[in-house]
Write a protein that binds this ligand. Sequence first.
Ligand code: NAD
Length: 307
Amino acid sequence: MTDNSPLVGFIGLGHMGGHMSANLVAAGHRLLVHDLNDTAVRRLVDLGAERAESVAALAGQCDVVITMLPGPPQVEGIIREMAPLLRPGAVWIDMSTSTPAAARVMDEVLAERGVFRLDAPVSGMAKGAASGMLQIFVGGDAEVLATVRPLLEVMGDPDRVLHVGGLGAGYTVKLMINQLWFSHLVASAEVLTVGLKAGVDLGVLHRSLLASPAASSFLADDLPSIFVGDYDESFAMKLACKDLGLSIDLGRDVGVPTPLSAHVEQTYRTALAMYGPDAGEMTPVRLAEQIAGLELRQALAAVEDAA
Ligand code: NAD
C-alpha cells in the first residue's frame, strides 16, 4: 500500500465482518476497527488492525467507513452517531443486509458535510467472506463506487462486484436474493422428505434432481451440508428471519402481494420458535425432517453403511 491509501474504519466484526476486515488487513490496508464485542476486536488487533476507542474516534479519522451490522436498527443507530463527525469527502459503505430507510435518516447531515454513501450488501455466506470471494451488490453513484472498488475487490470476487443501480438498489437486490434462496430451501426440504418417505433412496433423489430441469445451485452447492448434519450456524436464524421480514415489508411497500414469501417467512419463524434464534439458517430443513419423522443425514448414512 502507498501512503495515499485510505484509512479505513470497520464497524461490525461478526461472522461476516470479522473475515472481511481480516482480508483488508491482509491486503495491507490500515484499518481502525470497532465492535461491541471485545473478543472480536482483539482478534482483529492481533491480525494488525488498530482499535478505535469509540465510534466517534473512528468516524473523525477515516476516509472510508464500512459497516457490517445485524440490521436496520443497528445501522440507523451507528449512522446517527457518526454522521456529524465524518470527514468531508469520506465515503460510508453499508454492507449490512438492511433497508434504504435506515441509511437515509442522516442524508441531510451527510450531504451538508460532503460525505458520500453506498449500500453494498453481500452474498456468499461466511465461507465467501473468509475466502474474499463474496458477491457484492452496490447501490449508489458509479463515480463513488469507482473510488472504493479496490477495497470491495479485496472482500469480493472482482467479477461479481456489481453496480446494480442508485442508492437503495443494493439492499433491494440482496433482499430478493435471500428471499429466493430461503424459498429454495423450504421447497427443497419438502420434496426431499416426501421423496424419501415414499421410499426413494436420498442420494438417487438428489442426483436425479440435479440432472433435471429442477436443478439449482442451491441443490448442488448449499444443500449437501445437510447430509452431514450442518445447518450453517454461521448465519443465525434471527438474521434470516430479519431478512425475510424486510423482504415482506418491501413487497408491501411497493404494493405487490407476496403469498409465497409470507409462507416461507412463517416456516422460518416456526423453526426459530422451535430451535432458537442462534440456530443455523438451514434449520427449516430440520423442521421438515421432524414433521416427516426422519433425518436426511441418517438416511444417507444408512445407505452408505449398507454399501
Ligand atoms: P453477526 O451477528 O455475526 O455480527 C454482527 C456484529 O455486529 C457483531 O459482532 C456485533 O457485536 C456487532 N454489533 C452489533 N451492534 C453493534 C453496534 N451498535 N456497534 C458496534 N458493533 C455492533 O452477523 P453476521 O452474520 O456477520 O451478519 C452481518 C450482516 O451481514 C447482517 O446484516 C446479515 O444479514 C448479513 N449477511 C450475513 C451472512 C452470513 O452468512 N452470516 C451472509 C450475507 C449477509
